[in-house]
Ligand binder design. Structure first.
Ligand code: NDP
Length: 333
């Protein structure tokens, strides 16, 4: 069996040297256990936080232990009454080709409902994040202007489309011309801005939002966010979902003091973690699945092939290699 461990903690940007591959025997199954074969592995920006030992909302990874994250896996052997051979599960699992597990915390998925990878994307954590952050915190009304940063990523692509479903004018900010074209031509965003080539990001945001900004869904922080705050409207709602532009910082970021703007504009800024909404996951997943089925929500994935390429796929999140959800296909079912 092969696994990927945290070899050491990154200082600043993570690199391939932070990971190491190990080989081990697969132990024999005891009663109440299942053997899982990893099929699709999710790599996510929050994992960068877990590679550090700073206290956060999830415990740090241990140096020398396997990295864990969202994985879709097949039950290939079972000594557990609730899981039969051939069943497919999704859960938080180690970056291993095979895992012996007691079944706790795993969800069985119906492989006939949607492609298996969807359970790590639009029907999983990123989809739920977009849903609750936009609809419960952003609370968008028809005709309002919604700006989303990190717009071409897993969460951002869904946020923008949900805002279109709600009848809003949608402006996305992302890091390449291909991504900008994709947002406008394929997903129906009204405007999209390449923050890497924009001469003056403040001006670009102001030009794209002539009526100001009513809802800001923030995935990145930094100067992109500052530019949005300069044109935020009275009673705006700001959902702080992610701050990826700071995740590799070694000291706290500084910039615009936003409080006077929130005060003058009676604006609401709220951070959230998707698990805050856990009690309503069922309804949200049903809504999302319905929109996908009706063709109202398009879903994009960037799929890297091969277990050995999981670290590279993860690192690519910080250089914008992915459009939509970044996944790694490890094995066929
Ligand atoms: P994405 O699919 O959006 O991948 C990350 C993207 O971030 C990259 O493709 C890149 O796109 C962009 N990016 C990377 N570095 C920077 C930077 N310095 N400045 C601006 N953009 C950058 O990831 P997810 O959709 O999974 O996650 C998006 C955000 O949401 C993350 O911040 C994540 O931590 C957060 N999140 C929060 C959750 C919560 O519960 N609050 C749950 C899930 C995600 P580009 O080419 O545009 O630069």
């Amino acid at each position: 069996n092969q696994k990927i461990i945290l070899a050491n903690r990154p200082k600043g940007a993570p690199s391939i040297d932070n990971f190491a591959f190990e080989t081990a025997e697969i132990k024999a199954l005891q009663d109440g256990e299942i053997l899982l074969k990893s099929l699709v592995v999710s790599v996510d920006p929050y994992m960068r936080g877990r590679m550090s030992d700073a206290k956060s909302y999830v415990a740090p990874y241990e140096v020398g232990s396997a990295i864990t994250g969202g994985i879709v896996a097949e039950v290939v052997e079972s000594k557990h009454n609730d899981f039969s051979k051939g069943a497919v599960v999704v859960g938080n699992l180690p970056w291993q080709k095979y895992t012996v597990h007691n079944g706790e915390g795993l969800n069985q998925v119906n492989p006939d409902v949607a492609p298996l990878s969807y359970h790590l994307g639009i029907l999983g954590m990123p989809g739920l994040t977009a849903y609750f952050g936009l609809l419960h915190i952003g609370d968008p009304k028809p005709g309002e202007t919604v700006v989303v940063s990190g717009a071409a990523g897993a969460v951002g692509t869904i946020v923008g489309q949900l805002a279109k479903i709600k009848g809003c004018r949608v402006v996305g900010v992302a890091g390449s011309d291909d991504k900008i074209a994709y947002l406008k031509d394929e997903l129906g965003f009204d405007e999209a801005i390449n923050y890497k080539t924009a001469e003056d990001i403040n001006q670009a945001i102001a030009d794209a939002c002539p009526d100001g900004v009513d809802v800001y869904f923030d995935n990145v922080g930094g100067e992109i966010s500052d530019a949005v705050y300069y044109v935020i409207n009275k009673f705006a709602r700001i959902a702080i979902c992610g701050q990826i532009s700071y995740y590799n910082n070694t000291s706290p970021a500084t910039g615009l003091r936003v409080e006077p703007i929130l005060l003058k504009k009676s604006a609401l800024m709220k951070g959230f973690i998707v698990s805050d909404f856990a009690k309503d996951f069922g309804t949200a997943a049903k809504d999302l699945a319905g929109w996908v089925k009706d063709g109202k929500l398009q879903y994009q994935e960037t799929i890297t092939e091969g277990f050995e390429n999981i670290p590279h796929a993860f690192l690519g999140l910080f250089t914008g290699e992915n459009t939509g959800k970044q996944l790694v296909k490890v094995a066929d079912r």
